[in-house]
Write a protein that binds this ligand. Sequence first.
Ligand SMILES: [Zn+2]
Length: 198
Amino acid sequence: MEPYRFCPRCGAPLEHLPMSGRYRNVCVQDGCGFVHWDNPLPVLAAVVEYQGQLLLARNALWPEKMFALVTGFMERDETPELGVARELKEETNLDTVSAELIGVYEFMRKNELIIAYHVKAEGEIRLSEELAEYRLVAPEKMKIWNAGTGFAVADFLERRGLPVRFFDRATGEDIPDPRRPTDFSLVGASLQYGINQN
Ligand SMILES: [Zn+2]
């Protein structure tokens, strides 16, 4: 998302100023006080189990052969479980039987946070206009892409003792498992690109 240049509350130009540990776009008009915090937006993602297979979908705007999880933004006043079930219904017409949390994953490239569920679903698949096509893949044949939603698929498969195979979307070649444990020594570095509070 492009940074705001004008205050969405009062229309004054925003200034780039230190605020709570980082530079942020801030409104300095008297009595306004708007701050664009720019925190990541939560996105719901579904590893959909349907008739014993996993459902992958291709967004109408994506290149041929690029399939991924059903995803969507949370709405206000909605729990993540109901949100993921709503997205699945809107995009595929499937009904959710259960939704179990797999994990939470970074998607810094788009300043989003992925909340991934294993969704057991039933019904008849009818795609919305947002989706161009779908695939049903046997879990043991799944190939995983190197991105946040792919890591959710990997964790899902791994916990079931199924093979975890990553591939490069650009070349189609197999690649080593790119998942890494969190390096907590990076906390200090993440503070350094903020500012001194005093
Ligand atoms: Zn303002």
